[in-house]
Design a protein around this ligand. Structure first.
Ligand SMILES: Nc1ncnc2c1ncn2[C@@H]1O[C@H](COP(=O)(O)OP(=O)(O)OP(=O)(O)O)[C@@H](O)[C@H]1O
Ligand SMILES: [Mg+2]
Length: 252
């Protein structure tokens, strides 16, 4: 890595009682790249995401944004620093329509009244910009397919304008076509210069769309490598612990 990373974690540890969920983890993310975080169940991926999002305070270690040390006391701090997220539950309200979901917490008003026309217009524009196949922004989210919901959640994160977007299992439970759409969208975000961090168990997807991959195992980082340096077997071996860490390419 040559420039200052957008986000840097150093020596991050997180204990839950006597369980060490994270131990001495370093991580860097640059603008304009897709970083995939992989690892077996319980490896610490979600805990690491929660630390980056201000949902969990690390037991020790430091966080820097654009090289400046920072502390996240809550998710609002991380959001102010430019870190947005698409969480696994997507945090959508099923009984509300698509447009309203995209503006939750940021509803535009005109003369003190909710400006529905503007919400619908902007929601339509954002969904179009991500090639989402959502029929109409006045449809209730409860009527949409898994992939369409994922698109609405991603479009909402985009609306916030955050330079970095974290996604937890963005294609879990999606069909082949919908997975391909989300993959295209992630690549488009990267090409727009955003930092995209995905947690995924789908190694084919990771090898296809990530620029770098960071492997977590038993709460520790085994390192981060350009995807082009690793075969699928290398990656499986690093995740399961049957393969030694390659000497070259160790970044974090
Ligand atoms: N709130 C908590 N309280 C106690 N232990 C926790 C808590 N959250 C996570 N852990 C423990 O920390 C470790 C890491 O969990 P984490 O959820 O980060 O793993 P993960 O890599 O996301 O796994 P998965 O792939 O199954 O989602 C596990 O041993 C887990 O049991
Ligand atoms: Mg998890």
């Amino acid at each position: 890595m040559t420039s200052t990373p957008f986000l840097s974690l150093r020596s991050i540890s997180k204990d839950f009682g006597h369980i060490a969920a994270l131990q001495d983890v370093a991580l860097d993310v640059e603008l304009g790249e897709v970083l995939a975080i992989v690892g077996d169940n319980g490896a610490g991926k979600s805990t690491l995401m929660s630390v980056m999002l201000g949902l969990l305070k690390p037991s020790s270690g430091t966080i820097a944004v654009n090289g400046e040390p920072i502390e996240f006391h809550d998710p609002a701090d991380a959001a102010r620093a430019g870190i947005g997220a698409v969480t696994q539950d997507l945090a959508l309200v099923e009984c509300l329509d698509v447009a309203t979901n995209m503006f939750i917490g940021q509803t535009p008003t005109r003369f003190g009244i909710v400006d529905r026309r503007r919400m619908r217009r902007e929601a339509t524009t954002f969904l179009k910009s991500v090639n989402a196949t959502v029929p109409d922004v006045t449809v209730q989210v409860g009527m949409l397919s898994g992939g369409q919901r994922q698109m609405v959640a991603i479009a909402r994160a985009l609306r916030s304008g955050a330079p970095m977007i974290l996604m937890d299992e963005p294609t879990a439970a999606l069909g082949v076509r919908e997975t391909a759409l989300v993959a295209e969208l992630i690549e488009a975000l990267r090409d727009q210069g955003k930092a995209v961090v995905i947690v995924s168990h789908d190694l084919e997807l990771v090898l296809r769309i990530a620029d770098r991959v960071q492997v977590m195992r038993l709460g520790r980082s085994r390192g981060a490598w350009p995807v082009s340096d690793l075969s699928r077997d290398d990656l499986v071996g690093l995740i399961t612990g049957t393969r030694d860490v390659p000497a070259a390419g160790l970044a974090a």
